[in-house]
Each structure stands twice: as C-alpha cells, then as structure tokens.
Design a protein around this ligand. Structure first.
Ligand code: 5AD
Ligand code: SF4
Length: 439
C-alpha cells in the first residue's frame, strides 16, 4: 500500500496550535506521514483563526494557493478547521469550492472518521453543530517525542463572556470545563512521559469549574497539580481580570511549581471604553489586581493585551490607555487595532474610527511598550535566573530556554545541555525580545 501523507497549516492562538497537535496525532495514528508542504501531501488541513480580519484574510489566501494545487491533483483532500470553519459553515464552499471538509471547533475529534468518509464517497461535508460535551476536550495532549519538555494541557473550551468586539464565543461556543480528575490524570501522564513544563490552556482559565458547580475553583486545580512530582513548572493562559481574585494570587505565591507570570488582558485604560467593551471591570478594579499580585509575588511578570481604536475611543480615552500602560509597566503586551468582526455587538456601536487613527495609536503604544520592555530586560542584566532548557542549540549555536517569568534566554556556552534540565544562568545582555546569558 502506498503511504499517504498530510500537511497541516496553523493560524492563530495557542488553542489552535494545540488542536493542530491533536489532529496531527490523529492523522499519524491513521498511518499518515507528516510532510512540510501542501504540494507533497494527500491531505491538507488549514486550521484557521477569525479573531481579526487580517487573520481571516490569511486563511483565504492560503486557500487560494491550495486551489491551484488541487487543480493539478484532484485527489487531494482539503480540510478547513478552526474558527473560520465554524463561523462560515457551508458558506465556505461558496468561496472555496475545492474544500472537502469544514470541521468546526467542536468536531476536531471526528477528523479521522470524516476523512475516511470522503475517501469512500468523495462527497464534501460540514461538521459544525454545537456539542454540549466537546469530544476533543477529552482527547489527550500528544507527547511529541521523548525529549518534549513542554506541553499544553487543555482545561476548558469556549467562552461565555461576549466582550463586544470578540468573535470567540461565536466561534468556540460557551465555556465548558474539563473535570478536575481528568485534568490531573492528563498532567500525570504527561509528566510520566518526561514533560517538565505544562501550560494550562483555555479562553478564560480562571473561570475553570464555574460551569461544573462542583465548588472547585481554578486555584484548587493549581493546588492539586502542584503536588505532581516530576513537574517543574506550571503555567496558564488566558486569565480574565473579572475572574481574578486574591485566592488565585495567594495560590500562585504559595505553590512552588506555579510560575511567577500571569497574562491578564486589560484591553483599554479608559473606564468608558471598558464599559462599552463589556469587560465587567473598571481600571480601579484592575489596578487593585496588579497591586495584590505585586504584593504577594515578588518579581511577578505581568503581560497583557491592548486594543486601540475601539468604536468611540476618543483622544482622551486613548490618553488614559497610555497613562495606565506607563503606570502599570507590563513586562510585555500584545497590542492590536480594533477589527470589526461578524456577529459581535461592537459592529453596531457608533464612532467607528478611520484606519489612520488606529494605526497612529498602535504605533504610540508600541513605542511606549518597547521602552518599558527594554528597561525590564536591562534590569535583568547581572541577575542569575533559573532557565529550563528547551533546545540544545538554536540556529546561532546557543542553548535556549525560558525563565520562570517566561522570558526567552539564549545561552552562550559550548557545553551540551539536555532539554528539560534546569540551569542557573547569569544574564549578560537584554535584547528587545529575549535575554542573553552565560553559565
Ligand atoms: N479586534 C482587535 N483585537 C481583538 N482581540 C480580540 N478581538 C479583537 C478584535 N475584534 C484581541 C484582544 C484579545 C486578543 C486575543 O485579541 O486583545 O485579548
Ligand atoms: Fe473574547 Fe472576551 Fe471571551 Fe476573551 S473573554 S475570548 S476577549 S469574549
């Protein structure tokens, strides 16, 4: 029998990356070999992102390339998964008639069956119904190979917040937590395979358990996971400021394996914008969270997301965002121009802003944050950091790893470091996106 092969292209967030890892494992279990280009493959999966219009454009451009490949190789099976698939459903066939399977966000686990069906009858299909118990949430995180140091672990699926700008609740459905027992068993399995660093994944991880009504909170989950021997580091993303509380900060401070880093998206520094975004907190609430974190956890790294140019954002609103950024001094932020998304409430708001205003505001935010991040990196020079080695050599011949605060460190050393080992590294230089260290 001729061995079939697959190619997978992933757009968007860590959730998508992790779904792609799961789909790769499923295709591997079916006997398909992974290849690194669509031209060489019998099956192509495009795992899509819909968070901003730009992400969606990239998907359609990838589909355009695939159309040409498929015209020369009609037996190629084309699968579109992820958030664009979920939103577009069968409408996707209109824009991309060469697609065979539209695989919605609740149907990742059905990929093997759908592929077998297409091979059998050559008919295209759409799997986009919502499910109240998403099967792929229970699909184990694949252990990539024996030297895998880090792994994602999915603890929830979806989001029920309906922030006014955000497509996620429409593309991923309502919040669903996995059971605590299942998460613990999964973490134990991963550590038994040598994983040292687990990142818990969910759109809103600190709301974990709210939908299960077991009385167990996210902090309780961290407490249990912290007992696992062999696990060195526990991380999580993303947290919502509204579901943040002192109990979580105390757990982070107390539990030795939980890293000193939190990603806590602020979105805007103006109370009136936050209100129209339907974020459910004020700047005062947010600043209190920061104070609690910094009081309880010395050297905690705090990162955030910012949207500029939300409908109706005035010069004064934007000045408030700049002021709050300068006050809080995040370690790092991801900043975006507001992008109107289908179905979302913000579409109907007054005061949509022109592109040039959004662009100028984004540039101001970038400039300010770059200086702040550079200051943090310079301040790290001379300190000794615990680095978990991820790669023995990068393209410059340096070993690379991360600090507990999630900063990338490239190490100048001729020594061979084993992935997964913990090394004390003296920081000798701070760059824009990383640190340089020596032993
Ligand atoms: N426009 C711009 N940025 C957005 N985000 C989510 N939706 C939009 C949108 N419509 C950003 C938010 C979120 C991050 C993942 O993406 O900052 O935290
Ligand atoms: Fe989107 Fe808000 Fe849910 Fe985050 S919390 S995924 S921004 S709706």
């Amino acid at each position: 029998m001729i061995e079939k092969s697959y190619y997978i292209e992933t757009y968007g967030c860590q959730m998508n990356e992790h779904d792609s890892e799961k789909m790769s494992a499923m295709l591997g279990d079916m006997g398909l070999k992974r290849v690194e280009s669509a031209e060489l493959a019998d099956v192509v999966v495009i795992n899509t992102c819909a968070i901003r219009a730009k992400a969606e454009h990239k998907v359609y451009s990838a589909l355009g390339t695939l159309r040409i490949i498929k015209s020369e190789k009609p037996e190629l099976v084309t699968i579109v998964s992820g958030c664009v698939a979920q939103q577009e459903k069968e409408k996707l066939f209109k824009r991309a008639g060469h697609v065979d399977i539209v695989l919605g966000t609740h149907h990742i686990a059905e990929l093997p069956a759908a592929l077998q069906d297409v091979w059998r009858d050559r008919k295209r299909r759409t799997l986009t119904e919502w499910s109240s118990d998403v099967e792929s949430l229970h699909t184990p995180a694949p252990v990539k190979n024996s030297s895998s140091v880090s792994s994602f672990l999915n603890i929830m699926q979806g989001c029920s917040n309906f922030c006014a700008y955000c497509v996620v609740p429409y593309a991923r459905g309502p919040e669903q937590s996995r059971s605590m027992e299942e998460v613990l068993a999964e973490a134990q399995r991963l550590t038994a395979h040598g994983v040292k660093d687990i990142t818990l994944l969910g759109q809103n991880v600190n709301a974990f358990g709210k939908d299960l009504a077991t009385g167990k909170t996210f902090a309780d989950l961290l407490e249990e996971l912290n007992k696992i021997t062999g696990l060195e580091r526990l991380r999580f993303t993303t947290s919502h400021p509204r579901d943040f509380n002192e109990g979580l900060a105390s757990a982070m401070a107390r539990l030795s394996r939980v890293c000193e880093h939190i990603h806590l998206p602020l979105q805007s520094g103006s109370d009136s914008v936050l209100k129209r975004m339907r974020r459910g907190y004020t700047i005062g609430d947010y600043l209190k969270n920061i104070e609690v974190l910094r009081n309880k956890i010395p050297h905690v790294a705090i990162t955030s997301d910012i949207i500029v140019g939300f409908p109706g954002e005035s010069d004064t609103d934007f000045a408030e965002t700049m002021k709050v950024l300068a006050t809080i001094r995040f370690d790092q932020i991801f900043s975006f121009k507001y992008s109107p998304r289908p179905q979302t409430a913000a579409l109907k708001l007054e005061g949509h802003l022109p592109e040039d205003i959004k662009r100028a505001r984004l540039a101001d935010v970038h400039k300010l944050q770059e200086a702040i991040t550079r200051d943090y990196h310079s301040a790290a020079v001379g300190t000794v950091q615990e680095v978990l080695i991820e790669k023995t050599r990068n393209s410059c011949g340096q070993a690379t790893g991360r600090t507990r605060t999630n900063k990338i460190v490239n190490i100048n050393s001729s020594r061979e470091f084993q992935p997964g080992s913990l090394v004390g590294v003296k920081i000798i230089r701070g760059l824009r996106h990383s640190l340089i260290g020596e032993i």
